[in-house]
Design a protein around this ligand. Structure first.
Ligand code: PLP
Length: 362
């Protein structure tokens, strides 16, 4: 079976640090957690990074920082994983779905403008499959309206737009380190930001609400959470962060090899701006018109090639459709037409493409 993903980390790369961690008995809040946090901030070019248990908890805490709750609205990109909207819904606020471009798969500026109301308290832009195309245009609208922009960059570590790294563009940027991402710690996430006051708030909130020490122990000045990443996860993260730029370059070469074979047969590649570095977290194409995408996935599985859909129209999921009846057409179309193909160093692009081309022939 040609699998869809393969991690960019091997046991021998972490073995020495894992052994030392057992000797030291430091499984959380050790040197690697602190080191990883600083390295992420430096990589993104921002003063602050906070580690979290996932992109979901990272997004959730950002919304909490903004005080979002019942009666508020948050405009979210409609083509994403449900976590993007679930974190809004969880706080009793309403996710308002903005439709996306059929080319880049990212939030359309006109759709955002149309969905902003006096109840809008934040915008969540999603870098679809790691592609930040259009992020600065969305930022400009948010700046003009005085609305905070949270970037759901779950997939986008290592990408940039206009020469500026993802992680230093939006007001707060949230990353995921789930195994489908370029950098994985099993589960995990991070938030990057510039504002010192917000960073100090995260320091307290992400640490059970403790701000420092009293004579007998910790001083708890806030209600808080434990969303901390652990030491073994940080060891894994540091190894991959050092290789990240090389991984991005390699994935772009693989993408080009697929484009050379598939575009002539009617497949449409995800479009990125000329000023964008896209990390190709997932390599996604729209299938040629008339091709039954689901049947193609099944045929490929029978031939030993694992592929999957792109992602979801959030407004079209059973839950959000029944709750808000606010379905966005482009996102639904992308959910039906997109195909994710295997993309990693050793993947046999020719074999996969031959199977795909035979698959669309019936
Ligand atoms: C765009 C997007 N946002 C959020 C998430 C949730 O990330 P995590 O699994 O780290 O909570 C994902 C996961 O795939 C995602 O793709």
């Amino acid at each position: 079976m040609i699998r869809l993903i393969r991690p960019y980390i091997t046991f021998d790369e972490v073995e020495a640090d894992f052994r030392q961690m057992f000797v030291d008995g430091m499984f959380t809040r050790g040197q690697h957690v602190e080191g990883f946090r600083k390295e992420i901030a430096a990589y993104c070019g921002v003063p602050h990074a906070h580690l979290a248990t996932s992109a979901t908890t990272a997004l959730s805490i950002c919304l909490k920082l903004l005080g979002i709750g019942p009666g508020d609205e948050v405009v979210v990109s409609d083509f994403s994983f449900p976590a993007t909207a679930n974190v809004v819904e969880d706080l009793g606020a309403r996710p308002v779905f903005a439709d996306v471009s059929l080319d880049s798969y990212n939030m359309l500026p006109a759709a955002l403008e149309a969905r902003i109301s006096e109840r809008t308290k934040a915008v969540i832009f999603v870098d679809a499959f790691g592609n930040p195309t259009g992020l600065h245009d969305i930022l400009a609208i948010c700046r003009e309206r005085g609305i905070p922009l949270i970037e759901d960059a779950a997939c986008a570590i290592g990408s940039s737009e206009r020469g500026i790294m993802v992680g230093s563009i939006a007001d707060m940027t949230c990353f995921s380190f789930h195994p489908r991402k370029l950098l994985t710690t099993g589960e995990g996430g991070a938030i990057t930001l510039c504002r010192d006051d917000w960073s100090a708030w995260f320091d307290v909130k992400l640490n059970h609400g403790a701000s420092g020490m009293l004579g007998y122990g910790l001083e708890f000045v806030e209600q808080g959470y434990n969303y901390r990443l652990s030491e073994p996860q940080a060891i894994m993260g540091r190894v991959q962060l050092r290789k990240l730029d090389a991984i991005v370059a390699e994935r772009n070469e693989i993408r080009q090899a697929y484009i050379d074979r598939l575009v002539g047969a009617g497949f449409i590649a995800q479009v990125r701006g000329a000023d964008v570095v896209h990390n190709v977290q997932s390599l996604v194409f729209r299938v040629p018109s008339g091709v039954d995408r689901d049947a193609l996935i099944s045929r490929l599985r029978e031939k030993g090639v694992e592929t999957t859909i792109g992602t979801y129209s959030l407004s079209g999921t059973t839950y959000y459709r029944q709750r808000y009846d606010d379905v966005q057409s482009n996102a639904v179309r992308l959910q039906q037409e997109t195909l994710t193909v295997p993309c990693y160093a050793a993947v046999a692009v020719d074999t996969v493409c031959t199977a795909i081309l035979a698959g669309i022939a019936g």
